[in-house]
Design a protein around this ligand. Structure first.
Ligand code: SAM
Length: 213
């Protein structure tokens, strides 16, 4: 969903960095072979993620929700030379696809895939992180936050995707809509938790930046 007019959106994209060739290839193959290709971050949001990562220059990055690896490769662009990116996904069918593109990139040896439920994997990661990207099942966003906050270094950043949830955050909540309920709770949690400072950016489907105090 676009919250600004298509013409303005085109202008924004046209005046932002071009999409790297490898990510164009990954997008084409995702659309040809994988279900729900609209899940990948895509050109503009990818360049935003890349830019934020370059500004943070993280040593360790954690991504929750790899899908076909698009956003992982964008975040890796800002990683330190000896940094590591750990990316988690529960869908085993995506594993080899992700690896193929990670290995085609210059970050192959620095990207570590973890297959399984993020709720089980995160507690076992014996690391701290400078940048975390949350982009998996919305119902668990508050749980993911609670699991990672103590693994986030001071000054570290959490990026949370889809926080406007196609505008549903403003609609009357349907009793069986667990995802919207979780997004609403999550946005309040980010705003009120005294351990972080937060700005919600109306980029694409909403992207929040939270910084560990
Ligand atoms: C929106 S897609 C991620 C898109 C990716 N970050 C990108 O921008 O290209 C969400 C992914 O989260 C994964 N996922 C959903 N629930 C999960 C869970 N409990 N643990 C780990 N991964 C999960 C899905 O399999 C899916 O690949």
């Amino acid at each position: 969903m676009h919250f600004i007019s298509e013409a303005l959106d085109d202008y924004v994209v046209k005046h932002s960095e071009n999409e790297p060739e490898l990510l164009q290839q990954l997008t084409r193959e995702t659309y040809q072979k994988i279900l729900q290709p609209r899940m990948l971050s895509g050109h503009y949001q990818g360049r935003v993620l890349s830019m934020i990562s370059k500004l943070v220059n993280p040593k360790n990055i954690l991504e929750i929700g790899t899908y076909t690896g698009y956003s992982a490769l964008c975040l890796a662009e800002g990683m330190q030379k000896d940094g590591e990116l750990h990316t988690l996904d529960v869908n085993e069918e995506l594993f080899d696809f992700q690896r193929k593109y990670f290995d085609k990139s210059e970050y192959g040896t620095q990207i570590f895939q973890h297959l399984g439920d993020a709720l089980e994997i995160i507690p076992k990661l014996n690391k701290t992180f400078d940048l975390v990207f949350i982009d998996a099942d919305k119902e668990n966003y508050p749980n993911y936050f609670n699991l990672i906050i103590d693994k986030l270094n001071v000054g570290g950043i959490i990026l949370s995707d889809n926080v406007l949830w196609s505008g549903k955050v403003l609609e009357a909540l349907k009793p069986d809509d667990k995802s919207t309920k979780a997004v609403l709770e999550y946005n309040t949690l980010l705003k009120e938790d005294p351990r972080i400072e937060t700005v919600l950016l109306p980029i694409r489907d909403g992207l929040t930046i939270s910084r560990r105090l």
